[in-house]
Ligand binder design. Structure first.
Ligand SMILES: [Zn+2]
Length: 195
C-alpha cells in the first residue's frame, strides 16, 4: 500500500468521511506546509495519550477526577445522565447547568446489540448509594433509543429514593444533544419534569 492509499484508508474510517472526502483531505495535507501535518499528527497522538474517562463520571478529561467532579462550585446533589461525554460539552456550553454528570457510554439499542448490561450504570448507583444525590436528570437524546434508555434508567433508579426527572421535549426529535444550540438545551433542562 502506498503512503497515500494508507492515509486515505485511515481517514475513510472516520465517521462521516467517505472515500471521496478522504482523498480530498489527503491531497490537501500534501499541499500544506509539512509543519501543519506534523502538528495535526501530534495533536491526534496527544489526545489519545492524555485524555481518559473520569473515574467518577465518565467525562473525558486530562485529570481524574475531572474538573467538573473536582470543582467545589458545583451542586453535588444534582446529577445529569448523558449518553456520551460529548453531550457534557454541549450542556456545559449553555453555562446554565451547575450540577454533576454521569456518562452511560451509549444507549439501549437492541439492533446494535446494546442492552442494559452495556450501559455504565454501576458507578451512578454507587454514587446515589453514598447519599449526596437528591435529583437525577435524564438527558439522553430525544430519539427512540434515548427515550427507551431514559425509561429504563428511571425504572432502575426509582426505588432508590432519588427524584428522577427527564429533560423537556423541545429538542428536535431524533436529533443529538451534541448538535442542539445552547438556548434549546438550557430550555430543555429548565423544563425538566419528574419521570
Ligand atoms: Zn468527572
Amino acid at each position: 500500500l502506498s503512503a497515500i492509499d494508507e492515509l486515505v484508508g485511515e481517514l475513510a474510517r472516520l465517521p462521516g468521511i467517505g472515500r471521496k472526502t478522504a482523498l480530498r483531505l489527503a491531497f490537501h495535507l500534501l499541499k500544506q506546509p509539512e509543519d501543519d501535518a506534523r502538528r495535526l499528527a501530534r495533536s491526534i497522538v496527544d489526545v489519545r495519550e492524555k485524555v481518559r474517562p473520569c473515574g467518577r463520571c465518565g467525562n473525558l478529561s486530562e485529570q481524574d477526577p475531572c474538573g467538573i467532579c473536582n470543582s467545589n462550585r458545583r451542586d453535588v446533589s444534582l446529577v445529569c445522565v448523558v449518553e456520551e461525554a460529548s453531550d457534557i460539552m454541549a450542556i456545559e456550553r449553555t453555562g446554565e447547568y451547575r450540577g454533576l454528570y454521569h456518562v452511560l457510554g451509549g444507549r439501549l439499542s437492541p439492533l446494535d446489540g446494546i442492552g442494559p448490561a452495556e450501559l455504565n450504570l454501576k458507578p451512578l448507583l454507587e454514587r446515589i448509594g453514598q447519599g449526596a444525590v437528591g435529583e437525577v436528570v435524564l438527558a439522553t437524546n430525544p430519539s427512540v433509543e434515548g427515550e427507551a434508555t431514559a425509561l429504563y434508567v428511571g425504572r432502575i433508579l426509582s426505588p432508590l429514593g432519588v427524584k428522577v426527572t427527564r429533560i423537556a421535549r423541545g429538542l428536535p426529535v431524533g436529533g443529538d444533544l451534541e448538535y442542539a444550540d445552547g438556548v434549546t438545551i438550557a430550555e430543555a433542562l429548565n423544563g425538566r419534569r419528574e419521570l
